[in-house]
Design a protein around this ligand. Structure first.
Ligand SMILES: NC(=O)c1ccc[n+]([C@@H]2O[C@H](COP(=O)([O-])OP(=O)(O)OC[C@H]3O[C@@H](n4cnc5c(N)ncnc54)[C@H](OP(=O)(O)O)[C@@H]3O)[C@@H](O)[C@H]2O)c1
Length: 255
C-alpha cells in the first residue's frame, strides 16, 4: 500500500527530477525504467501494465524542456504525445487502473505579466514543448470516464540547489519544490476528487530569490535591470479555484 487506500501505483519517468521526489512520497510504487517500458513503444507499455496490474498510474515520463523539444521535434511528439497516448490507452484497457494522473507543465500558458492562470484559463503555448504537452492533455481528457478517472495536475517546480549564482528579486512565481508537487499528487489520489484539471501551486507569490533561499541555496540577489538578454517573463504565478494551495515550507526540498 502507498499511504491511504491507493493500492498499487505505477509511476513513469522515475529517473527525472519529479520522479526522484516521488520515490520519497510513494516508496512502494512500481517504477519501470526505459528498458522495461519505453513510452514510445506501445507494445512495451501494454505488456508492462498488463503484467503489473496497477490500481493507479502517475505519468511523468516526457521530453521535458523547451530547447530539448525545439531541437528534436519528432522525438518530442513521439514521447510527449504518442507516448502519453500509449500509457493512457494501455491503462484504460488494463481494467485494473482506476485513476490516472498526468503531469502537466504551466508552460502551456502565454505568461502575460499581469495575468493569473486558473484551471479554466485559456492555454496558449508559445513553444513546441508546451504544444506537445497540451495535445497530450487533450488525449488524457478524452480517455477519462467512470471506468478510469483522469486528472491533469498542472504545476511548476525546480529542484535545489539553485543552478545559478544569482536569482531575480523582481521575477515572481508560485512554484513548489519537487517533493511538494509529489505530495500534491498523493493528495489528488487520496482525495477521491472528480476534478479533471487541478493546479498544484504555492500559497503566495514570491520572488525567485526568496524561493532559492527558502530552498537552502546560497545565491546573490539580482534585478531585471542587471540583466541583458532576450525578454523574460516577470510573473509565472499559477492559481487554483478547485484545490488547496501549498505552503513552500510544507514542500520539502530535500532529494
Ligand atoms: N520540470 C518542471 O519544471 C516541470 C513543471 C511542470 C510539469 N512538469 C512535467 O512533469 C514531468 C516530469 O518532469 P521532470 O522535470 O521530472 O522531467 P525530467 O527530469 O526531464 O525527466 C524525464 C523523465 O522521463 C523519462 N523519459 C523520457 N523519455 C522516455 C521514454 N521514451 N520512455 C520512458 N521514459 C522516458 C526520463 O527517463 P530517462 O532517464 O531514461 O531519460 C526521465 O525519467 C514531465 O511530464 C513534465 O512535463 C515538469
Amino acid at each position: 500500500m502507498n499511504g491511504q487506500n491507493l493500492g498499487k501505483v505505477l509511476i513513469t519517468g522515475w529517473t527525472g527530477r519529479l520522479g526522484k521526489a516521488c520515490k520519497h512520497v510513494f516508496p512502494d510504487a512500481v517504477y519501470p525504467n526505459r528498458q522495461q517500458m519505453d513510452v514510445r513503444d506501445a507494445e512495451s507499455v501494454k505488456r508492462f501494465i498488463q503484467e503489473t496490474r496497477p490500481d493507479a498510474v502517475i505519468h511523468l515520463a516526457a521530453m521535458a524542456g523547451i530547447p530539448l523539444c525545439e531541437n528534436d521535434k519528432a522525438n518530442a511528439w513521439a514521447t510527449n504525445v504518442e507516448g502519453t497516448r500509449n500509457v493512457v490507452s494501455a491503462s484504460r484497457d488494463s481494467e485494473s487502473v482506476k485513476k490516472f494522473v498526468y503531469l502537466q507543465t504551466a508552460c502551456i500558458f502565454a505568461w502575460n505579466d499581469d495575468e493569473e492562470y486558473f484551471e479554466d484559463s485559456l492555454p496558449e503555448p508559445k513553444h513546441y514543448y508546451g504544444l506537445t504537452k497540451l495535445v497530450a492533455e487533450e488525449i488524457v481528457k478524452s480517455y477519462g470516464g467512470e471506468k478510469m478517472r483522469t486528472h491533469i495536475a498542472r504545476t511548476n517546480f525546480t529542484t535545489m540547489p539553485w543552478e545559478y549564482p544569482k536569482a531575480f528579486t523582481d521575477r515572481f512565481w508560485t512554484y513548489l519544490f519537487a517533493q511538494g508537487v509529489a505530495k500534491g499528487i498523493r493528495d489528488i489520489l487520496e482525495s477521491g476528487t472528480e476534478e479533471r484539471i487541478i493546479h498544484l501551486c504555492g500559497d503566495r507569490k514570491i520572488s525567485m530569490y526568496e524561493y532559492a533561499v527558502a530552498g537552502g541555496s546560497k545565491v546573490e540577489p539580482m534585478t531585471l535591470a542587471d540583466y541583458k538578454g532576450p525578454p523574460l517573463t516577470k510573473n509565472m504565478s499559477l492559481s487554483t479555484k478547485v484545490w488547496r494551495k501549498y505552503g513552500l515550507e510544507d514542500s520539502n526540498y530535500s532529494d
